[in-house]
Write a protein that binds this ligand. Structure first.
Ligand code: ADP
Ligand code: ADP
Length: 236
């Protein structure tokens, strides 16, 4: 049973005349690593918003066909309801930081869940260890490097333990060294924890070292290639 499934799915933003996603067919199994590739404007972020519930939250648009995310129908499930199934990290994590220190940002969701203080300390320490950010916890998130920000941001959503982790161009603001570090860390955590990984990236060369078992390419809102990353790299 796929955890993400789109069948003849099309979407058009309210303000647009033409469809922004057209006849998308896509199945992602639990624990799979999906890479979404495609040039700017091809529909990658729109597809991401269909997965995490920003559609319908920001713009209900017009949908034909069906999409299902962990059993929830796309377009008819709120951002809040989908937040239990999908955690999202964006290319610019600054907009997601609300705390004065990194530790406050990581604890934010746990506090919302009213987790007892002692347990929260332990859970935050555990994720800080996994993300290799123990030494940064008392710093202001704004003062961190791009790679460190992504790690804090990842810790802050992974505490949620949602079955799907969605990363929308997480490497966009990083230098090549930090990009490789984040990519390696994310794929290592995925192997350990087994969540479904959906990652958006428009530069194929940056991700060619990672073993994505599923890679799709979007062009003008259509899926023009659907294979594993090795096969895609051989046909490029
Ligand atoms: P990508 O993430 O691949 O750069 P997008 O999903 O952002 O592509 O955009 C796909 C198309 O949808 C583009 O033509 C873009 O202008 C349009 N679009 C994106 N977001 C919106 C929006 N909020 N309202 C209207 N049109 C949008
Ligand atoms: P990305 O490439 O990651 O999609 P963009 O710079 O294209 O980022 O979009 C930034 C924001 O602007 C997004 O929230 C997107 O929904 C919105 N946006 C993009 N294109 C349009 C558009 N044509 N009309 C309205 N909003 C748009």
């Amino acid at each position: 049973e796929p955890i993400i499934k789109f069948s003849d799915f099309s979407f058009k933003y309210n303000s647009q005349a033409e469809a922004n996603l057209t006849n998308v067919n896509l199945g992602v199994q639990p624990g799979e690593k999906l890479l979404i590739l495609g040039p700017s404007g091809s529909g990658k972020s729109t597809l991401a918003k269909c997965i995490n519930g920003l559609i319908p939250e920001e713009d209900p648009g017009d949908i034909t066909g069906t999409g299902k995310i962990a059993g929830h129908p796309v377009g008819a499930t709120s951002l809040f309801d989908l937040s239990f199934s999908v955690s999202t990290v964006l290319q610019d994590p600054d907009s997601q930081f609300t705390g004065l220190t990194a530790v406050e940002d990581i604890a934010f969701m746990l506090e919302n869940d009213a987790m007892p203080q002692a347990q929260m300390k332990q859970v935050v320490a555990e994720w800080a260890h996994r993300l290799q950010i123990n030494g940064l916890l008392n710093q202001s998130p704004q003062s961190l490097s791009g790679g460190q920000k992504q790690k804090v941001s990842l810790a802050g959503v992974l505490v949620n333990q949602a079955p799907i982790l969605l990363l929308d161009e997480p490497l966009a603001n990083l230098d090549p060294v930090a990009s490789h570090e984040i990519l390696a860390l994310v794929t290592k955590l995925q192997a350990e924890l087994g969540f479904t990984l959906v990652m958006i990236e428009h530069r194929l060369d940056l991700v060619s070292s990672a073993a994505f078992d599923h890679a799709i390419v979007l062009s003008e809102g259509r899926v023009v290639s659907d294979s594993d990353l090795d096969t895609l790299l051989k046909t490029e």
